[in-house]
Design a protein around this ligand. Sequence first.
Ligand SMILES: *[C@@H]1O[C@H](CO)[C@@H](O)[C@H](O)[C@H]1NC(C)=O
Ligand SMILES: *[C@@H]1O[C@H](CO)[C@@H](O)[C@H](O)[C@H]1NC(C)=O
Length: 170
Amino acid sequence: MFSKLVSAALLTVLAGRALAFDSFNVTLGTTVFQATEVLAFTSTPVIVGCAPQCQLAQANITACATNDPTCLCAPATTGPLLTCEQCLFTALIAANQPAPDPRAGSNPAVTGWTLNCATLKQPLATPMALTLPDSWDGPFVSVFPTAIGWVIAVTGGVLGSSLIYMLCNM
Ligand SMILES: *[C@@H]1O[C@H](CO)[C@@H](O)[C@H](O)[C@H]1NC(C)=O
Ligand SMILES: *[C@@H]1O[C@H](CO)[C@@H](O)[C@H](O)[C@H]1NC(C)=O
């Protein structure tokens, strides 16, 4: 029995060796996250409701051989990943809270994943992107740090005023 276990373990190691894939990672800001790290952030009360979806997504990512793009870019993996990220995004907007982690409810994370699939010749049938929930009815600040929210608000205001100025001069 024990020897069977050992050989199974050895086979797994050897299989791991044989399947040497390029790194599969997503860069957010200046940090590079490997595939299994993309959802490995600490939950907070605001996003804890998404734990079931995110644990399923993480399980499906972990079930892939390390960095296997065919598996990581398959609908069985990207579907749960997008469901998890969309759930987080919706929860953050509903609570009007900034993301507790750059990977949580992160459009760059899903678009980065999509890009990586394309780079590794496993393009997704539908590029992943987060959508604003129906409940969204306010400024888009919840997902930005306050400073960036202000820049957007100010830029928007300047663009708006220039438009009015142009219209007045036509
Ligand atoms: C990230 O992935 C790219 C492409 O797969 C690879 O060239 C690069 O070395 C990886 N970087 C890290 C830090 O894993
Ligand atoms: C994700 O993995 C679970 C098992 O961990 C499996 O039951 C489920 O079907 C997978 N999800 C998809 C969409 O294939």
